[in-house]
Design a binder for this molecule. Structure first.
Ligand code: AMP
Ligand code: MG
Ligand code: MG
Length: 320
């Protein structure tokens, strides 16, 4: 009793944005366990939401878990998730995860002044319960991430990227999963930051949503190697871990829930994520969900160099 009362009291001392981020930290791991459980069970329940836009039972269940958890703790904050699921349908009691991640809370002493008095009505939480669904259905499990991004007044400021299958090639008994998190002004944690190899120009792009504009734009950036993998979350992890120099995607296919958490984490360490014209993406609640002018993300290289290389024909085709 005493411990509970004390921890409830101490929660009051944390800024709201840190409480939200710390709840995202525990909730995203719970969603990751659901994603693994669905694939172990084998009943993926695949639905095609459009042309080459898949949804599985893992997408649906992970979103229910995240939305139920965050809306219980933060009823006045807007939450926008990728999937159209009934938030009250089929919620299992152990899917509601409202505890706070201690590893995130312990950064309270360095919490940025700028975010101390953020109001609930200025916050939008963008949820991609499973990024890389096409790859998930094909067994390319290391491409899969769960993304929760937090925007304040339309800017991506904090987020978590959870990789439920991290370590899965290490064999039986290995601990699966990791969470990378960050906040602008505080930094990013949960991974080892590396610089990409010098003398090369490695570009990552989509493997399952390509077209001529996408490939022409990648080619125009003069890559020494192209890494085609699934998921916006996974590709930004390749960037911050020094596997690639740039993520180039000249297509309107990515949505705000794909980019909010990756952009916040990338920005927190000095990287950039913009559209292919170099404009910042917006994340307020009325914004259109599609990133109609594509995505260009870089870390530790000259962002403008890539912007200048994107062909004018792609820029003409992809308007904000
Ligand atoms: P990818 O790099 O193909 O894995 O795409 C990154 C994210 O954007 C994933 O969530 C995809 O589902 C989404 N996406 C990209 N292109 C399209 C598209 N043409 N149609 C639907 N979703 C897309
Ligand atoms: Mg996605
Ligand atoms: Mg998704």
């Amino acid at each position: 009793m005493f411990t509970r009362a004390l921890s409830r009291l101490s929660v009051g001392f944390y800024p709201q944005l840190l409480r939200i981020l710390a709840t995202c930290g525990t909730t995203v791991s719970r969603a990751g366990r659901i994603v693994r459980a669905v694939s172990e069970n084998g009943k993926l329940g695949i639905v095609d939401k459009g042309w080459n836009d898949l949804q599985t039972e893992a997408d649906r269940a992970a979103q229910r878990c995240i939305v139920a958890s965050l809306s219980k703790s933060f009823p006045n904050v807007t939450i926008i998730g990728e999937e159209e699921t009934d938030p009250n349908e089929d919620i299992k009691p152990d899917w509601v995860e409202t505890s706070l991640d201690e590893n995130i809370l312990k950064h309270v002493s360095n919490f940025p002044e700028e975010w101390k008095d953020v109001k609930d009505e200025d916050i939008v939480i963008w949820v991609d319960p499973l990024d890389g669904t096409a790859e998930y259905t094909q067994g390319l499990l290391d491409h899969v991430t769960v993304l929760i991004g937090i925007a304040v007044k339309g800017k991506a400021v904090a987020g978590v990227i959870h990789q439920p299958y991290y370590n899965y090639k290490a064999g039986p008994g290995a601990t699966l999963g990791r969470t990378i998190w960050g906040m602008v002004g505080l930094g990013a944690f949960g991974y080892t930051q590396k610089q990409p190899p010098k003398g090369k120009n490695i570009i990552t792009t989509t493997r399952s949503h390509s077209n001529k504009v996408v490939t022409d734009s990648v080619d125009a950036c003069e890559p020494t190697e192209v890494i085609r993998v699934g998921g916006a979350g996974h590709k930004v992890l390749l960037l911050i871990e020094g596997e690639v120099h740039a993520y180039v995607f000249a297509s309107p296919g990515c949505k705000k829930w794909d980019t909010c958490a990756p952009e916040a984490i990338l920005t927190a360490i000095g990287g950039k994520l913009t559209d292919i014209h170099g404009s910042k993406l917006q994340y307020h609640k009325e914004v259109q969900h599609k990133n109609t002018a594509g995505v260009l993300a870089t870390f530790s290289v000259d962002h403008q160099w890539y912007l200048d290389k994107i062909p004018q024909s792609a820029k003409d085709a992809l308007k904000p």
